[in-house]
Design a protein around this ligand. Structure first.
Ligand SMILES: Cc1cc2nc3c(=O)[nH]c(=O)nc-3n(C[C@H](O)[C@H](O)[C@H](O)COP(=O)(O)OP(=O)(O)OC[C@H]3O[C@@H](n4cnc5c(N)ncnc54)[C@H](O)[C@@H]3O)c2cc1C
Length: 240
């Protein structure tokens, strides 16, 4: 069973009504690798009797294991995002983790692709600022597919955290559920694959896009599997 840990909020920053960045501190080192996430226990009990616990990717660099940042999009009537949007400095949260395999192997080499859609930019930022990706940055291409300029984190916030050396661009994408959304993401990936074949790829955000792109990567011969994918919503059914 996962051990429950506590962290204390030391700072909050809001971007519009929907986005909140929380900085938290822990007494003992978190022990995370860039790209991993924590599971926050909101303390809310859902109508079925289950506790509302949700995953949030750590968007800060793994060089600091005592203070870490989460960015949370407020989902209408969402219990956990609502809970996190109400916290203030001094409040404590209970969480478990770090969890996840969204990071390169310690000895990874070669060209690296990172495609983030929507809120998936948090996992991409954690990954890109991580020690494991540092030697690969000069050969790393990053694309953030987002619906409009006011969506989630501002571009300036994201660029300020991007380590130097990687090739970063933002691409517009149709709304969640739009029939052209997945085809659009596939075109972005095809353009990235058209130059040099990557040695690894990471895709975070909309699950409907993630698994379409994973198929395309595998077809193109790129070594990618479920660990290369972090789905925040639109999760594929377990049997798929
Ligand atoms: C590995 C992982 C990492 C994650 N990291 C982050 C993160 O860094 N920041 C963040 O804001 N969220 C992140 N999420 C999503 C988060 O776990 C919750 O799903 C989200 O906060 C909604 O929880 P809720 O309890 O407020 O609402 P719920 O009632 O659980 O959610 C309502 C619905 O909203 C969907 N949803 C969740 N996110 C979105 C979105 N961006 N756009 C549209 N629909 C969405 C959910 O899938 C669900 O169907 C991550 C999810 C996973 C699995």
């Amino acid at each position: 069973m996962a051990t429950a840990r506590t962290a204390t909020v030391v700072e909050t920053r809001d971007f519009g009504a929907e986005t909140r960045v929380l900085s938290l501190v822990v007494d003992a080192p978190l022990g995370f690798v860039g790209g991993q996430y924590v599971i926050v226990d909101s303390g809310v009990i859902l109508p079925g009797g289950k506790a509302a616990k949700r995953a949030y990717s750590i968007l800060s660099a793994d060089a600091d294991q005592h203070r870490f940042d989460l960015a949370v999009m407020r989902i209408p009537s969402g219990p956990c995002s609502g809970f996190l949007h109400h916290l203030a400095p001094g409040d404590a949260i209970t969480f478990s983790g770090p969890w996840g395999k969204f990071h390169p192997a310690p000895d990874a080499q070669g060209r690296t692709l990172v495609v983030a859609t929507d809120t998936g930019i948090t996992a991409a930022l954690g990954l890109l600022q991580g020690a494991r990706l540092r030697p690969l940055l000069g050969q790393t291409a990053v694309r953030w597919l987002r619906m409009h300029a006011d969506y989630f984190l501002p571009e300036a916030f994201v660029r300020a955290r991007l380590p130097a050396g990687c090739d970063f661009a933002i691409e517009p994408i149709p709304a969640i559920g739009h029939p052209e959304r997945v085809p659009h993401a596939r075109v972005v990936l095809r353009q990235l694959l058209a130059s040099r074949a990557p040695a690894q790829a990471f895709i975070a955000g909309d699950g409907a896009i993630n698994y379409a792109l994973l198929d395309d990567l595998v077809t193109a011969g790129v070594p990618a599997n479920r660990d290369s994918v972090d789905s925040f919503f639109n999760m594929p059914k377990k049997s798929a």
